[in-house]
Ligand binder design. Structure first.
Ligand code: BES
Ligand code: MN
Ligand code: ZN
Length: 489
């Protein structure tokens, strides 16, 4: 799909659909209001007659009945002017572009987003449209039931670099979605490493992949143990982006990538296992972010480290009571094989700290307890560094990714004391997300660190705006935005 700009008026565009916007009380804005005037107010009255009032989240499709070169108009509601956010722009363009596709449009000409957000608004509209049109079709035998939108042209917009940036971010998020949506049968650690490698090769990132033997040799006993129940062996994937010019700092992004989580010997019940192909969403977000970063080129050195393993029960699986030696040298007594994410992350965090990361952010579908605490649409954020935590929250706010800071209470750490080793991998159930974070903190080696438990928002069961069902790509946008904002100072 291509994005273009034109300086011609929107009303004259020869497209399958014109994308317009309106605010509450059916207030047509921008080109929509010009078109309404040219049609003697008939657009306004047609919208009213189909019950459209400009509420956010609503979209109306109307035929133009030969009054305009375009076949139809798609009008997206932006809601109350005072409630409008940059993410509201993404949502409106996402929902409208999808409706246009449903109506059969292949080419869309779009109004410019409200000028209050400046160039960022155009970028958001591009992101929203591309993400809203995302489809994962490779497992369908019937292709293209609605056809695909091939082009979106923004009229009266002269910001081609914003179109490019929006496309680059959306490409990273779509890659993350593709990876999360891929079934465990097809996307096991070796394949995930292959996908990361291909991306790195295409965009000029460094990529090193450590296989089981190399991990054993390195001393990454936790990744090896989690992966040992599966015929599909574990991998540690290390991507590096280096800026052409000056580097303002060294970032470490770390992702949990359990390509399927059965729970291991502590097997999950069926309902709890149903969607566990998504348990690599943290790793997918890191790969997606590395893709966006490779194209957007911020002035930071970035290490992307993805710990990939499949958690299976078998004769060779690790078991409760086993003691593992992690890459850090610390030992862990296994109390529950289903608390596997924190194990692979322990090694990945140590590895990343050793690369010289000046701050680390990990993303993981780590605990059901995070979903209980903050619900499905938000990530729990934990951090040892207030400035970093604030920066991540600010990037998340801009990115439309909901995050909520949670505490790291030292006394809860006692619940992780082991009778035989340095720490257990799982305590009792209460405060489960906090205790998982406290476990991870043991492996951060004093490097400023933020942990994002994305167990809820990594997967969606509903379609709304640019957010679609299944893998969401959550986290990708915030990571890429964080470096952009930090580089800007
Ligand atoms: N991958 C799961 C967490 C999860 C749950 C992600 C629901 C997405 C949706 C993780 O490996 C896990 O099994 N966590 C356990 C931890 C427990 C054994 C301490 C959990 O949350 O029950
Ligand atoms: Mn698990
Ligand atoms: Zn898991």
């Amino acid at each position: 799909m291509k994005f273009e700009t034109t300086n011609g008026p929107l009303a004259e565009q020869q497209a399958d659909a014109l994308l317009l916007v309106a605010q509450t009380n059916n207030q047509l804005i921008g080109a929509a209001s010009d078109i309404d005037t040219a049609l003697d107010g008939q657009l306004q009255s047609a919208l009213s007659s189909v019950g459209f009032s400009g509420k956010s989240g609503t979209v109306a499709v109307l035929p133009t009945l030969g009054r305009l070169p375009a076949a139809r108009v798609v009008v997206a509601g932006l809601g109350e002017p005072s409630d409008l956010t940059i993410d509201g722009i993404r949502s409106a363009w996402g929902a409208a572009a999808r409706k246009a596709r449903e109506a059969g449009a292949r080419s869309i000409a779009s109004d410019a987003p409200p000028s209050m957000f400046g160039p960022a608004g155009i970028r958001a509209a591009v992101e929203g449209a591309r993400l809203g049109l995302y489809q994962h079709r490779i497992y369908r035998s019937e292709q293209n039931e609605n056809g695909d939108v091939e082009s979106i042209t923004f009229a009266g917009v002269d910001e081609p670099e914003q179109l490019v940036a929006g496309g680059q971010l959306a490409d990273g998020i779509c890659l993350a979605r593709d990876l999360v949506n891929a079934p465990g049968l097809d996307l096991y650690p070796e394949r995930l490493a292959g996908r990361a490698w291909e991306m790195a090769d295409e965009l000029g990132l460094e990529c090193t992949v450590y296989d089981r033997a190399a991990l054993q040799e390195m001393g990454a006993g936790a990744i090896v143990a989690v992966g040992q129940g599966s015929k599909r062996e574990p991998r540690l994937i290390h991507l590096v982006y280096r800026p052409d010019g000056e580097s303002l700092g060294v970032a470490g992004f770390v992702g949990k990538a359990i390509t399927f989580d059965t729970g291991g010997v502590n097997l999950k019940p069926p309902d709890g296992m149903r969607n566990m192909k998504m348990d690599m969403a943290g790793g997918a977000a890191v790969i997606g972010a590395m893709r966006a970063i490779a194209e957007m080129k911020p002035s930071y050195t970035v290490h992307g480290v993805i710990a990939a393993a499949e958690n299976m029960p078998s004769h060779s699986a690790f078991r409760p009571g086993d003691v593992l030696k992690t890459l850090s040298g610390k030992t862990v007594e296994i109390t529950n094989t289903d608390a596997e994410g924190r194990l692979v992350l322990a090694d990945a965090l140590t590895f990343t700290a050793r690369q010289g990361a000046e701050f680390m952010i990990d993303l993981a579908t780590l605990t059901g307890a995070s979903v209980v605490a903050v619900g499905n649409s938000a990530a729990s954020l934990f951090g040892t560094d207030d400035a970093l935590a604030q920066d991540v929250l600010q990037a998340a706010e801009f990115s439309g990714e909901r995050m909520w800071r949670m505490p790291l209470w030292d006394d809860y750490r006692r619940d992780l004391d082991s009778d035989i080793a340095d720490i257990v991998n799982s305590g009792n159930r209460d405060g489960g997300a906090i205790k998982a974070a406290l476990f991870l903190r043991e492996f951060t080696h004093g490097v400023p660190w933020v942990h994002l438990d994305i167990a809820g928002p990594a997967w969606s069961t509903k379609e709304e705006g640019y957010r679609i069902k299944c893998g969401t790509g959550f986290g990708t946008h915030t990571l890429a935005t964080l470096l952009e904002q930090r580089a800007r100072g």
